[in-house]
Design a binder for this molecule. Structure first.
Ligand code: SIN
Ligand code: NI
Length: 249
């Protein structure tokens, strides 16, 4: 297989727990998917899982919108994710995360993996794709480099600025890396890398499309989660099949 990201990018991801990949979408793709995302948001905003103003969160968009399905299951994106991870991946879920204009609310520091009902897995990762330019003042992400080895913490409240740091005070002193993105760029971050997103202080909505990839060997641990609750899974079942596709293989 042709290398999709450089050895340096793979090394940076493995060392820091995140990496920026510029230009994963070209200008035409950005315009197309931005239009699809705006239309989907307009129709479904009221279904947001998050209701405290941090962002509108629409989950498993790919199952309901053919255009955005093509983005979530994009072969190049999935192969980059596998190159970074170093092992076969499946889709866990996608989500549209939209910070409305002047929402003025940060997504506070947290790790993603503690929210998920997973077992038997190696390090999952998310692609956070900017569908508009996302400078710091529009709510770009900030990472805590090297924290992908901090496993074992309880789920953190992403509405609470201190929660992650109260759980592990040593994280407070790690230099923070803020990563602005142009439309069509993305960051990949691991499920344990501490991260936050700044508030949107601009007149334009911050549109991000997030694709979450998990180890293809991941099993269900029995905990409640909006994605697995309707599926009738038993503890130990593999998260595989059409619901968790490996479309890029
Ligand atoms: C955000 O986009 O506001 C947060 C994204 C994340 O937590 O992964
Ligand atoms: Ni997160």
């Amino acid at each position: 297989m042709r290398e999709l990201v450089s050895d340096e990018q793979v090394a940076a991801y493995r060392e820091h727990g995140f990496v920026r990949v510029q230009g994963v979408l070209d200008r035409d793709q950005v315009e197309h998917f931005r239009g699809s995302a705006e239309a989907f948001l307009k129709a479904h905003r009221a279904e947001s899982l998050e209701t405290q103003g941090t962002f509108s969160q629409l989950v498993n968009v790919w199952q309901r919108d053919d255009d955005l399905r093509a983005l979530t299951l994009d072969t190049r994106l999935g192969r980059i994710a596998e190159q970074l991870a170093g092992f076969p991946l499946r889709l866990w879920h996608d989500q549209m995360l939209v910070k409305e204009p002047h929402n003025n609310v940060a997504t506070e520091f947290h790790q993603d993996r503690p929210y998920w009902p997973h077992a038997g897995d190696r390090l999952p990762l998310s692609a956070w794709i900017a569908l508009v330019d996302v400078p710091p003042e529009r709510g770009c992400m900030t990472f805590l480099p090297g924290t992908q080895d901090r496993t074992g913490l309880q789920p953190q409240d992403l509405h609470h600025e201190e929660d992650l740091f109260e759980m592990d005070p040593s994280l407070r002193w790690i230099p923070r890396v803020t990563v602005p993105l142009r439309a069509g760029d993305c960051t990949f971050h691991s499920g344990y890398t501490g991260h936050m997103a700044l508030p949107n202080r601009t007149d334009l909505a911050r549109l991000a499309h997030v694709v979450i990839y998990i180890d293809a060997a991941t099993t269900y641990n029995g905990a409640p989660h909006v994605v697995t609750d309707p599926l009738g899974l038993a503890v130990g079942d593999r998260l595989d099949g059409d619901t968790f596709p490996r479309a890029w293989a």
